[in-house]
Unconditional design. Structure first.
Length: 256
């Protein structure tokens, strides 16, 4: 279905849902200017090797390379703004009877658009912690100066134990934060509508959430300009970008 048609059934699902889960991925922030991971030309993983940057072993092998790359990404994100997609999701929470927002994004843009209690499955670029004692570490809120452009940068030392401070994101081979995952699974289990927006649905276990919702009878709706592996399971596939479709969806469901 193209973004010119918004079916009445979808509007009824939105208005009637007792509990909506919104699951987002990198596509939601793409129009803010933040690259996705797997888009063929512009995605991070088409330009950088995740095995050198996004595993605990990579950090142990070359802490400065990894820290510099994540500081570059943090400075990029701090220079970007939330867009209509983030704002529409924040607004949806004010219309829905109950809404749980689960994101795979580490950029903090949902929070900056006004969403509260966001379940950040893959951590945050803004919440680094110590590799050794796991104490949290307060970063300056402003972008690193000068912007490091992905150059290696020595990570700060932990004030408590002296070990390296590491990026606060979940890497390949690591467990998701247990409480965040439990809350996400519980919400998927209990919801009657799940919106999967801007994710390739390739990374487990996030990709299990629509399956859990579907198994329990919830409607699953996907918003993505491209087909994904979720297409066959979804009750509805809306082809279009998040910033274009979400505000239209809100205006159609709750005309002011
Ligand atoms: P991907 O890069 O795998 O997928 C992004 C999806 O967004 C694709 O399906 C695109 O078609 C879609 N997309 C692109 N532009 C869009 C737009 N304007 N509106 C809506 N959709 C759009 O990103 P994720 O699915 O988020 O993990 O990737 C999941 C995880 O893999 C990430 O959290 C990251 C990565 O490795 C960690 O960093 C731990």
């Amino acid at each position: 279905m193209t973004d010119h048609q918004l079916p009445g059934a979808l509007l009824a699902w939105l208005r009637g849902a007792a509990h909506i889960v919104v699951l987002t991925g990198a596509g939601v922030s793409q129009e803010s200017g933040i690259p996705t991971f797997r888009d063929t030309l512009s995605g991070f993983w088409s330009r950088f090797d995740p095995m050198q940057l996004a595993t605990p072993e990579a950090f142990d092998a070359d802490p400065s390379l990894v820290w510099g790359w994540y500081e570059w990404r943090r400075s990029q994100v701090l220079g970007c703004q939330p867009i209509a997609a983030h704002r529409a999701i924040a607004e949806l929470a004010s219309h829905a009877r109950k809404l749980t927002l689960v994101t795979q994004n580490v950029d903090g843009l949902h929070e900056r658009a006004g969403s509260r209690d966001v379940l950040c499955l893959h951590g945050s670029l803004h919440r680094p912690y110590c590799r050794g004692c796991r104490s949290t570490y307060a970063l300056p809120q402003e972008a690193p100066d000068p912007a490091p452009s992905g150059q290696p940068m020595r990570p700060p030392a932990c004030p408590s134990c002296g070990d390296h401070i590491r990026p606060g994101v979940v890497w390949f081979g690591e467990m998701l934060p247990a409480e965040t995952w439990a809350a996400s699974e519980e919400a998927a289990d209990a919801c009657d509508l799940l919106l999967s927006i801007g994710t390739s649905s390739l990374v487990y276990p996030a990709t299990a959430l629509p399956e859990i919702a579907h198994r329990n009878g919830a409607k699953v709706v996907q918003i993505n300009p491209e087909p994904t592996s979720l297409d066959p399971l979804a009750d509805l596939n809306l082809r279009g970008t998040a910033a274009r479709l979400l505000p239209r969806l809100l205006r159609a469901a709750w005309p002011s």
